[in-house]
Design a protein around this ligand. Structure first.
Ligand SMILES: *[C@@H]1O[C@H](CO)[C@@H](O)[C@H](O)[C@H]1NC(C)=O
Ligand SMILES: *[C@@H]1O[C@H](CO)[C@@H](O)[C@H](O)[C@H]1NC(C)=O
Ligand SMILES: *[C@@H]1O[C@H](CO)[C@@H](O)[C@H](O)[C@H]1NC(C)=O
Ligand SMILES: *[C@@H]1O[C@H](CO)[C@@H](O)[C@H](O)[C@H]1NC(C)=O
Length: 174
């Protein structure tokens, strides 16, 4: 190998080490709110910073009454002069999903949170619900770099009861 070529190889390797190939996804804010405090009380909904590129999400909420009929409205937004709808906006039966795993976008979210949450069972849900130290973000679809907002509205008995909204930044692999 001649010297120029070696220098080229070294710079490529350094490039990989510095930039990395992996895309970067980082949660930047989390906002939860209850619309009906006689059904859902949110105790805790916060990001913890691990490093400049990594945060983890903790949510702790109590369902005072059992929730037997649950729909989830999932809406993705991407920032471009304010947040605009992006990729998906749909509502589905969450109780059916927990029995059949039949929603592709919900399944992506589910696969990321299933081992760090208390929701791994079928309806009804009652009492303390938690998402603990969620930080393993794995987006299996290509996303353009940018700022995103995932809006999750939880609907019990056909009425919105609470929201868990997560802001994140995505930087494509180089
Ligand atoms: C609020 O929660 C209570 C207690 O579960 C329930 O009876 C009531 O229907 C809910 N109100 C709305 C508007 O959903
Ligand atoms: C959930 O939050 C409440 C209120 O902050 C706290 O009292 C409780 O200990 C928390 N539960 C767990 C298991 O973290
Ligand atoms: C979820 O629960 C099912 C049934 O109890 C179990 O087989 C599965 O391993 C659990 N998954 C996770 C990720 O905990
Ligand atoms: C959950 O699964 C992810 C990926 O499989 C893993 O990196 C993470 O450590 C797991 N978390 C827990 C709490 O088991």
């Amino acid at each position: 190998m001649n010297r120029r070529r070696a220098a080229f190889v070294v710079s490529v390797i350094l490039g990989f080490l510095v930039c990395g190939e992996a895309p970067l996804a980082k949660m930047t804010n989390a906002v939860c709110k209850s619309y009906n405090k006689s059904w859902v009380v949110v105790h805790y909904c916060r990001l913890k910073a691990y490093s400049r590129t990594k945060t983890s999400l903790n949510i702790n909420a109590t369902f005072i009454e059992p929730a037997k009929n649950i729909y989830l409205h999932m809406k993705m937004m991407k920032k471009a002069n304010g947040y605009k709808p992006f990729l998906f906006d749909y509502t589905f039966d969450a109780c059916e999903f927990m029995r059949r795993r039949n929603q592709p976008f919900a399944k992506i979210v589910w696969n990321m949170i299933k081992n760090v949450s208390t929701v791994n069972h079928t309806c009804p849900y009652e009492g303390l619900q938690m998402l603990s130290d969620f930080h393993h973000i794995d987006v299996p679809v290509p996303l353009p770099s940018g700022d995103y907002l995932l809006l999750l509205d939880w609907i019990f008995d056909f009425k919105p009861q609470f929201a868990t909204n997560v802001y994140f930044t995505f930087v494509e692999g180089m």
